[in-house]
Design a protein around this ligand. Structure first.
Ligand code: ATP
Length: 225
């Protein structure tokens, strides 16, 4: 979708992807459809600031994403971006968005986050500057519901206020926040790592990713294929 100035709508989906799972892929497909984005970038973090050290190296996590996206039905509009590899550690989202702004020019950026990450947003690096550059697309996760989202968005600095008529929250300088409550994907990378560590095949793992994990004996996977 283009705005009146011809800017493209680019979704930024950052994460550890340790490993990428069907929840990430379904979320991307849902957001692409609902928010009419032109492109969605999966952006793995080499050194995520708010998490313990990943279970797999950056190159393995990027390779698993590459494998998963090859089979993805939205392949035309989904891309893997390794931009955070070129940036200093830790992988702060504001640095990524500033680097992408230079690379893509004046496009409109939408930061895609699970509701759990929204609650953590005040602790991110240079949050105010980040919220001047991106609109938010928040996807339901766990028991987080609309009143919690509304409170979290209202408490951000700068804050977002609900526009009932448009059904979204409006921030300063034209940025918005949308909440997609109609999709719930009860899966996480941590439960997948745990299952793999016990030699079980997790249901929500894309087949190409499972094959890669077995081939490289990641996450304690010891059984022969
Ligand atoms: P972990 O279990 O290791 O914490 P994760 O499953 O949360 O990992 P990440 O790579 O850390 O995966 O997530 C990247 C982004 O995707 C975050 O914004 C997170 O909130 C969101 N996300 C991941 N899984 C889901 C899900 N099942 N539903 C909604 N959002 C999700």
């Amino acid at each position: 979708m283009n705005d009146s100035g011809g800017a493209q709508y680019i979704g930024l989906f950052g994460g550890t992807f340790d490993p990428v799972h069907q929840g990430h892929l379904a979320l991307a497909g849902h957001v692409l459809e609902r928010c009419r984005l032109d492109t969605l970038l999966f952006i793995p973090a080499p050194a995520p600031p708010h998490k313990r050290l990943p279970g797999a190296s950056f190159s393995h996590r990027a390779a698993m994403l590459e494998a998963a996206l090859t089979d993805c039905p939205d392949r035309q509009r989904v891309q893997l971006s390794l931009i955070e590899q070129e940036l200093p550690a830790p992988s702060y989202t504001i640095n990524t968005v500033e680097a992408l702004s230079k690379r893509y020019g004046r496009q409109r950026f939408f930061l895609i986050i699970g509701a759990d990450s929204l609650l953590d947003l005040p602790h991110w690096h240079r949050t105010a500057e980040l919220l001047a550059l991106v609109s938010l697309i928040i996807v339901k996760r766990d028991a987080v519901d609309v009143p919690i989202i509304d409170h979290a968005l209202g408490a951000l600095a700068p804050s977002f206020a609900l526009d009932q008529r448009q059904g979204l929250w409006v921030g300063t300088g034209g940025v918005t926040a949308q909440y997609l409550a109609d999709v719930q994907l009860p899966v996480s990378s941590s439960t997948i790592r745990e299952e793999l560590g016990h030699g079980r095949v997790p249901a929500m793992l894309p087949p190409a990713v499972l094959a890669y994990i077995k081939q490289h004996h990641l996450y304690g996977w010891e059984l022969s294929p």
